[in-house]
Design a protein around this ligand. Structure first.
Ligand SMILES: N[C@@H](CCC(=O)N[C@@H](CS)C(=O)NCC(=O)O)C(=O)O
Length: 206
């Protein structure tokens, strides 16, 4: 198996690296340099027609893209420690939280990155006002997540660290890279962020 990825701060390859570190899996990673646009090369698009990272290529040539799908595959072949929930209810809650993190938290970060950040300006027509409007949307989502953590926690899906935490951590850290910080008053979110950042897996890089 070969994982095609990119170094931090690229958030989606980082999800898989953190997951692999938590599982203690030995998985070689080949860097695809995004700044050199290698992810849009014919060679990489043969693995992932969207020209995105990460992609996991299995020994039989099967190519799996989408960071969460890659991690689900790895969970199937390396079940311990459980990262997608143990019981039916836990599995549904982890799935719910992954989807919520992607839609509520990652969407404004992605839109800010694409439409308001100088590093992506050459890649598309930016609608700057729209991009900037995502600052408020991100702050609102952080406030919502902060209240959820204050009433639940200590992890995103409840008692156990898992894939939803990885999705949220990589999003919050990438948001900070783009210039979007967690609101000062979001203390439960900040406490959670410290808790998950202190795990050795958070430092995984290629
Ligand atoms: N939903 C995908 C998103 C993949 C993605 O957007 N990856 C970024 C790198 S972090 C990328 O390849 N961006 C280039 C592009 O979208 O063209 C996943 O979870 O793997």
């Amino acid at each position: 198996m070969i994982l095609y990825g990119e170094r931090n701060p690229a958030p989606n390859p980082r999800r898989v690296r953190i997951f692999v570190a938590e599982k203690g899996i030995d998985l070689p990673e080949t860097r695809v340099k995004m700044q050199a646009r290698e992810h849009k090369s014919d060679e990489h698009k043969a693995r992932n027609s969207l020209g995105q990272l990460p992609t996991l290529v299995l020994d039989d040539g099967t190519a799996i893209s989408e960071s969460v799908s890659i991690c689900r595959y790895l969970e199937s072949i390396h079940p311990e420690p459980v990262m997608f929930g143990a019981t039916a209810a836990e599995q549904a809650l982890v799935d719910m939280w992954i989807r919520r993190i992607e839609f509520q938290l990652m969407t404004p970060v992605g839109m800010f990155w694409r439409h308001a950040h100088p590093l992506t300006a050459a890649l598309l027509t930016q609608f700057n006002d729209f991009g900037e409007s995502n600052r408020e949307a991100y702050a609102r989502s952080c406030g919502w997540l902060d209240r959820e953590l204050a009433n639940g926690g200590p992890f995103i899906a409840g008692e156990t660290y898992g894939m939803a935490d990885i999705c949220a951590l990589t999003t919050v850290d990438f948001a900070a890279f783009t210039g979007l910080e967690m609101p000062e008053g979001a203390s439960a979110l900040r406490d959670w962020h410290k808790r998950v950042s202190d795990r050795p897996s958070a430092a995984a890089n290629s």
